[in-house]
Every structure is written in C-alpha cells, then in structure tokens.
Design a protein around this ligand. Sequence first.
Ligand code: HEM
Length: 223
Amino acid sequence: MVVTVAEERTSKRYTGGFVDEMRSVAMKLHTKDQAKDGEKETQGKPWRKWEPTIDGYLKFLVDSKLVYDTLDTILDKADFPEYAEFRNTGLERAGNLAIDLEWFKEQGHIVPEPLSPGINYSIYIEELSKKDPQAFICHFYNTYFAHTAGGRMIGRKVAAKILNGKELEFYKWDGDLPQLLQNVREKLNRVAENWTREEKNHCLEETEKSFEFNGDILHLIMA
Ligand code: HEM
C-alpha cells in the first residue's frame, strides 16, 4: 500500500502547541495546486508540470546543501541557548546531500558552485540568527519541515522524470520520519512556551520570507 505524505501526517498533525500555529500560517502560504489548504493563486506553471533538468536539479541540491550546512552551523554555535535544542534531531540533510552530490560526480556530472538563491538565504539566516531567535526558528521549522512534505513529493516527481526513479539520500532518514518530526514539534512547542504573544506573532510573520527564499531555491530545479 502506498501511503501518501498527507496521510502519513494526519494522525500527528495537531499538537495543541505553538507549532500548530506555525503550520497553519505555512499551509495558507501554499498555492492551491501545492496543497489542499493552500490559499494563494498559482503563478506560472503548477509544480506538477515543472520540467526539471539534471543541471537545474543539481543547482537546487547544491544550494539546498549550503542552506542546511548554514542552519546546522548556527545550531552548533547556538548564539541563543534554545538553538541547542534543535541539534541532532535526525532531520539533518547536509550529510545526505554530500553523498548525493558525490553520486552525481561519479555519473560524470559537474557539480556547480552555489548560486545567489542559496547564498542570499544563507547570509540572511546567518545574520538573523545572531539577533532574532524567534524569526530564525521560523526559518529552521519551515526549511526542515517543507522538505519532508512538499520537498519529498517534488523529489519523487523529479526522480521519475529525469533520474530513472533513483531515490536520493536527500529523501531518506535514519529512523521513523513521523516520529522524528513529532519530536521536533514538541521541542518547538516547549521553546515557544517561553515566548510572549508578540514574540510568537513575530515568529509567524517571518513565514512569508521563508517561503520566498525557499521558493527561489526550489525554482532552480528548472534553471
Ligand atoms: C506541508 C506541498 C512548498 C512549507 C506541505 C504539504 C504539502 C506541501 C502537500 C502537506 C500538507 C498536509 O499535511 O496536509 C508543497 C509543494 C510545494 C511546497 C508542492 C512547492 C512546489 C513549500 C515551501 C515552504 C513549505 C516553499 C516553506 C519553506 C511547508 C510546511 C508544511 C508543509 C512548514 C507543514 C509540514 C508539517 O506539518 O509537517 N507542503 N509545499 N512548503 N509545507 Fe509545503
């Protein structure tokens, strides 16, 4: 039986904590073709009609790796103590992406240098993390969780179209992904319990930025 991403999540979708608000804001920022709770009109091609190329997909993977490396470095450095909560969650992607990029090299492809979508986003979150923990945690949540939902669906489609169905390491996790996600949701809820309503709202307001930056990186798939 094939379990869809949406079905896999249904049972654990609501936690009764702040992460439900983060999710609800994020879902509304999807376009209607991306997710059923999406409220935005689709601009340009619906994602299911995207025409990926290997070169474009490699650009996307390289820029994604840069962003995940940056997120992990920020969490390791922990300028704010709550960042340390989100180390070693099992959601980390940079190591898996390194394996995938190596595989592409072995296949004779040239792995490009990062481009402005990944570089700009990395600079942005690095700066933000030093002064604005609520906003930074919004980016942490959206980037990691988006990849486990829409990111995986996109990965499957791209693999079917241009990689003979090969499943990259980027889309594999050690352990039970729904449980890993649930553990992080609980941590996010615990951390946010110490935030004022204003700080929570500030975190939620940053979601749009995360969609813009991550959207630019996703669009590299067709570059
Ligand atoms: C969840 C699709 C882009 C953030 C989801 C879900 C789908 C989806 C189907 C699951 C809905 C459900 O559980 O009912 C897509 C597609 C995208 C896309 C097709 C692009 C083509 C993005 C972007 C972001 C984002 C750019 C922000 C960086 C999220 C978040 C969730 C989510 C935070 C909730 C995950 C969870 O609750 O575990 N998306 N999405 N998505 N997406 Fe997206």
